[in-house]
Design a protein around this ligand. Structure first.
Ligand SMILES: [Zn+2]
Length: 216
């Protein structure tokens, strides 16, 4: 098995699969190669499964090609690359269309759509429950769906526009609830439940499917 070996003053061996699906071995300076190879041998099934998972992720990255499907509000729609269209991304309710597509084009479209759809919902839930936020920002983040700062500035991840509307509502309500409760105590969850009685299904959906929203 090919691997990249990095020796240092460390005391133990460690294995890691990098973003290119390659094995990186970190080893103490003087550990013999035979020992390193033995360790790799012992961990081979773990290594195999990690490499497989990593290459699947790479293969599944969109290529922005004709008929490739893209998520919007929980459904998938095909992309039509049509030379007669403009360079802007269009959506007619059944498919996306552009004369050329790219990740950035989709990000821009998703962000604009998210603001258009989520902002009125944020304001609806805020007013209904007398929760006044300072400012709202829309970002795409790898690890976070939303946040609410100590001064009640809210961040929402616009990639949520790829999820069903119930999921967007859940993240909005979750962050608004932090205006009242700056923690995840029982009181916090009771308050979320009061605003959104079936929030639990959405919370679970996000845990199970969130990674799909990030795949762009
Ligand atoms: Zn929270």
């Amino acid at each position: 098995m090919d691997y990249q070996l990095i020796r240092s003053k460390r005391k133990t061996l460690s294995l890691q699969i990098n973003q290119d699906a390659q094995l990186v071995v970190r080893s103490p300076n003087k550990l013999p190669i035979a020992e390193i190879n033995k360790f790799i041998e012992q961990k081979s099934s773990w290594i195999d499964s990690k490499i497989r998972a990593c290459s699947n992720k790479q293969i599944n990255k969109p290529k922005y090609q004709q008929d490739e499907k893209f998520l919007y509000l929980g459904s998938s729609y095909p992309l039509d690359i049509n030379p007669e269209k403009t360079s802007k991304l269009g959506f007619d309710g059944a498919s996306f269309a552009s004369n050329a597509a790219s990740k950035q084009l989709f990000l821009d479209w998703y962000k604009a759509k998210f603001i258009q759809i989520a902002l009125p919902r944020l304001n609806y839930y805020a007013q209904k429950n007398q929760l006044n936020y300072q400012q709202v920002r829309f970002k795409s983040q790898k690890t976070l769906w939303g946040s609410c700062s100590s001064s009640n500035n809210i961040n929402l991840n616009y990639l949520l526009i790829r999820a069903p509307i119930a999921i967007i509502d859940y993240v909005i309500v979750h962050e608004l609830a932090h205006i009242k409760h700056k923690n995840h105590s029982q009181n916090f969850w009771d308050f979320v439940m009061q605003m959104l009685p079936d929030y639990k299904a959405s919370k679970r959906w996000l845990q199970d499917n969130g990674h799909k929203l990030q795949n762009l």
